[in-house]
Design a protein around this ligand. Structure first.
Ligand code: GTP
Ligand code: MG
Length: 202
């Protein structure tokens, strides 16, 4: 699946502002600062398309991107970059707003065909476990991405992935893909997973 173009469409907080264009959507979910926006850019090979930040809480709205690809099964789709959850330093007032915003998106958006959940390969936190428990009740097709693999020695990767699978109680049927936005490690596998979500093969 070759990326032909990738463009930002709009940022939204409320459902009545979501794009009306009915393309299939894949949402990127995960803790603040785990690297969702960076992954979106690196997967698409577009630096700066989604805003990235050193300080958690960079993405504060629901950001829609239109992606066009060369592929026999898929032409266009949306990637949706969501604000992160679970970072204590984000003010309570802001966190209270994000919850319902993301919840509304995930529970009402009928073009949503899958979610990519980003977890730091180095640790599973309580907020990750809570997110997974809640997502299971929504039954969206999902893949889990273990991010920032460049932070872990190659020799320790497998142990970290096993720990992550156990920590999240992930069944073997749920894909767990290692990825680094810095080195692009795991890119072909993640792109394949995106295609599988779009074509209903996950
Ligand atoms: N080492 C390493 N750092 C990364 C990687 N991906 C992202 N980062 C860094 O992690 C920080 C957060 O990245 P973002 O992409 O903004 O994270 P986010 O999940 O979108 O965060 P929110 O928008 O706050 O939810 C930035 O300083 C990135 O440079 C990675 O694969 N490896
Ligand atoms: Mg972000």
């Amino acid at each position: 699946m070759k990326i032909r173009s990738a463009e930002f469409i709009k940022s939204c907080v409320a459902a009545d502002h979501y794009p009306t264009e009915r393309l299939q959507e894949i949402a990127l979910l995960g803790r603040s600062n785990v690297g969702k926006s960076s992954a979106l850019n690196s997967l698409l090979n577009r630096k700066g398309l989604a805003k990235v930040g050193k300080i958690p809480g960079k993405t504060q709205m629901i950001n829609f991107f239109r992606i066009a690809v060369s592929d026999s099964h898929v032409e266009q789709f949306h990637l949706v970059d969501l604000p992160g959850y679970g970072y204590a330093k984000v003010p309570q007032s802001v966190r209270q707003h994000w919850g319902p915003m993301v919840d509304t998106y995930l529970t009402t958006r009928d073009t949503l065909c899958g979610v990519m959940i980003f977890i730091d390969i180095r640790r599973v936190e309580r907020s990750d476990i809570e997110l997974m428990q809640w997502l299971r009740t929504l039954t969206h097709p999902m893949v889990v991405i273990a991010t920032k693999t460049d932070k872990v020695n190659a020799g320790k990767r497998q142990a970290c992935l096993t720990q992550l699978r156990v920590g999240l109680s992930l069944p073997n049927s749920t894909e767990l893909l290692p990825y680094s936005s810095y080195t692009h490690e795991g890119r072909p596998e993640v792109v394949r997973a995106v295609k599988n979500l779009l074509t209903g093969n996950i």
